[in-house]
Design a protein around this ligand. Structure first.
Ligand code: IPE
Ligand code: IPE
Ligand code: MG
Length: 251
C-alpha cells in the first residue's frame, strides 16, 4: 500500500502551514553556497504546492522569509529577494494553469519595490485560481502582525468606529493578515529544529505540530504524506475529553 493510499481523503487538513527550514545546511553538506540551497528550496515549493493541491489541501502557508531574516548577511538577503522575483516570474503561468491562487502575508513594504510589484501582479494574475491558495509569508513575524492589528484596533476605537468592549477574538482575527483564511490544521517544520520562530502565533493555537529532521530541499510528496498520516492519527480535543469528542463524532 502506498503512502498516498493510507491517507483518508475525507480528512485531509484544509490548511497546512510549513516552516521551510534547512536550505543552508543542505547546501553546506554539499559544499554549495547557501543561495543554492534556497534555489533548490524553490523547486520544492513548486512540487509540494501541486502535491498538496492533488491531495485536496485548500491552503498552504509557507514561511519563506521572516522579519528576523532581514538580519542575515546582505548578500544572502539580496539573493533571497532576487529568488522571489525569479520564482514568481517562472511560476506564474503554471499557477494560472493549475488553479493556484497566490496570497502574501507580511510587512512587504520593507521589500524592494520590484519584488512588491511582481508579487502584486502575480496575486492579480492568479486571483481566479480555486484549486489551492498558496499563501507566502514574506517579511513576516507574528509579533509584527499582532502588534499591527492592535494598533489598528486602537485607532478605530480612538476614532469611535468601534467600542473597546466590542473587541473579541473574532474581531481581533479579522484585523490579522490571515483574516480571509481558516486557521492552519497542521504545522510542519523541516530541518530538525522544534521551535516556532515567530510564525503565526495566534493562528496556530489549535494546530497539530509535526517536526521532521529532513532539510526542506529533501522534502517530497512522501514526506508530506507522512505528515498528513501522522495528523490523521491524532485526536483533536479542543479542551474536551476524549469521550466527548468521540460521542460528538457519532452524532
Ligand atoms: C530556511 O533555510 C530558509 C530561510 C530562512 C529563508 P535556512 O536558510 O534557515 O537554512 P539553515 O537553517 O541555515 O540550514
Ligand atoms: C524560520 O527559519 C524562518 C523561515 C523558514 C523563513 P530560521 O532559520 O530563520 O529560524 P531560526 O533562526 O532557526 O529560529
Ligand atoms: Mg534556518
Amino acid at each position: 500500500m502506498s503512502l498516498v493510499e493510507k491517507i483518508d481523503l475525507q480528512r485531509v487538513p484544509r490548511h497546512i502551514a510549513i516552516i521551510m527550514d534547512g536550505n543552508g545546511r543542505w547546501a553546506k553538506e554539499r559544499n554549495l553556497d547557501r543561495s543554492q540551497g534556497h534555489r533548490k528550496g524553490l523547486d520544492i515549493v513548486h512540487e509540494i504546492t501541486n502535491d498538496a493541491a492533488d491531495l485536496g489541501v485548500e491552503c498552504l502557508t509557507l514561511y519563506a522569509f521572516s522579519t528576523e531574516n532581514w538580519n542575515r548577511p546582505q548578500a544572502e538577503v539580496d539573493a533571497l529577494m532576487a529568488l522571489v522575483v525569479y520564482g514568481i516570474e517562472r511560476e506564474t503561468p503554471g499557477m494560472i494553469e493549475n488553479g493556484v491562487r497566490l496570497s502574501v502575508i507580511g510587512d512587504t513594504s520593507r521589500m524592494p519595490l520590484e519584488v512588491q510589484q511582481r508579487l502584486q501582479k502575480c496575486i492579480e494574475d492568479t486571483a481566479a485560481g480555486t484549486r489551492i491558495t498558496l499563501n507566502l509569508a514574506l517579511s513576516y513575524s507574528a509579533r509584527w502582525e499582532i502588534t499591527h492589528a492592535a494598533q489598528q484596533l486602537a485607532q478605530e476605537a480612538a476614532q469611535g468606529i468601534i467600542k473597546p468592549e466590542e473587541i473579541d477574538d473574532k474581531m481581533f482575527a479579522s484585523r490579522l493578515t490571515t483574516a480571509q483564511l481558516s486557521d492552519p490544521d497542521l504545522l510542519i517544520r523541516t530541518g530538525g529544529e522544534q521551535r516556532i520562530s515567530n510564525f503565526l502565533l495566534w493562528q496556530l493555537s489549535y494546530a497539530e505540530f509535526y517536526f521532521t529532521d529532513e532539510y526542506w530541499p529533501d522534502f517530497n510528496k512522501e514526506s508530506l504524506c507522512k505528515a498528513i498520516i501522522d495528523f490523521q492519527n491524532r485526536e483533536r480535543r479542543y479542551g474536551k475529553t476524549s469521550e466527548q469528542v468521540q460521542s460528538n463524532d457519532q452524532v
